[in-house]
Design a protein around this ligand. Structure first.
Ligand SMILES: [Zn+2]
Length: 313
């Protein structure tokens, strides 16, 4: 599954050790993932096979902020850092790095993500997730005073002496579920969000609410959106999805009713599809009149592909 192939040891026990973090930063072998306006730096020497760009600390401008220790991969220590929001000069930035400024650009990770090598995609997802949290947590959520970044980028602490509230990186849990027909597992339920490109159908999904189990959330979302009742809800896999700050928790659920009552406020459409029908779907991004599958890097696609690979029972 995409974005789940990190081989990084996060060394979280060293984040508060300023000497250790400073030594990692000073090591000439250390690499930095640059972030700029929520984008990541990608080299497209081969357009269909982009590579994530990382820099030595020496190439990083002094103005870089939010220096964050990510971990150690067995060879190099890795950091993320955010560049000044003014357009950086890539030729200077990429000096001494192994990347070619002529074919390197800051891109939305959602564009390059599906094409990146697995470990690079996972590293960029990590860097993006922590950076988005840093940029959305400048103030204490309890008293409103500014909150200072510490623990090598992984903690904010309220600056007000009477408060001192600690704010940790936040991830919003969302459930995403492949619902199959309980009669014979021959069909699955797909929905269409109004905001998606024409023809795209995907698994149903929704955010977990306060005071609710994951299984509650799966059953509630399916019923709210389509009127279908489900049980035998089983966890399958998870995927970090920092767009902007979710973790997708993937489930399979068995439908005990199949009649659809589509909530038009939430979905544009929902339908049952057989495997044969879904195998005729086009790819995400394809310009055609066909119905299309969700993004190739999504857990939705993983759930669908896993179901398509099952023997029809
Ligand atoms: Zn506070």
């Amino acid at each position: 599954m995409f974005y789940s192939h990190s081989d990084l040891d996060r060394l979280d026990h060293l984040r508060a050790d300023k000497t250790a973090i400073s030594n990692f930063w000073s090591n000439p072998q250390t690499r930095v993932i640059p972030l700029w306006q929520n984008k990541v730096l990608v080299e497209r020497k081969s357009p269909a096979a982009p590579k994530a760009c990382s820099l030595p600390v020496s190439s990083l401008p002094e103005s870089a902020q939010n220096r964050t220790f990510l971990g150690f991969d067995g060879s190099n220590h890795w950091f993320a850092a955010e560049l000044d929001k003014q357009q950086p000069r890539l030729d200077t930035l990429l000096q001494d790095s192994a990347h070619d400024a002529a074919v390197s650009e800051f891109e939305d990770l959602r564009v390059a993500g599906p094409l990146l090598p697995a470990t690079e995609g996972s590293l960029l997802v990590y860097a993006r997730a922590i950076n988005i949290w840093q940029n959305n947590s400048h103030f204490c959520s309890r008293c409103g005073h500014p909150a200072k970044l510490g623990n090598a980028g992984h903690l904010r602490t309220c600056s007000h002496s009477d408060c001192g509230y600690m704010i940790f990186p936040r991830t919003d849990p969302a459930v995403i579920m492949l619902v199959v027909d309980g009669n014979d597992n021959s069909r699955c339920l797909m929905g269409r969000n109004k905001a998606w490109p024409s023809g795209v159908f995907s698994t149903l999904a929704g955010f977990v609410e306060a005071g609710e189990t994951l299984e509650n959330a799966v059953a509630r979302e399916v019923q709210e959106e389509t009127g279908v009742r489900v049980d035998e809800i089983q966890y399958v896999a998870s995927q970090p999805w920092p767009f902007p700050r979710s973790i997708m928790l993937g489930f399979k659920a068995i439908a005990r009713s199949t009649e659809l009552d589509i909530n038009q406020d939430e979905l544009d459409d929902a339908r049952w599809f057989t495997r044969e029908e879904m195998r005729t779907f086009g790819d995400w991004g394809e310009e055609s009149e066909r119905l299309k599958l969700p993004r190739p890097d999504s857990i939705a696609r993983y759930l669908i592909d896993s179901w398509l690979a099952e023997e029809t029972s």
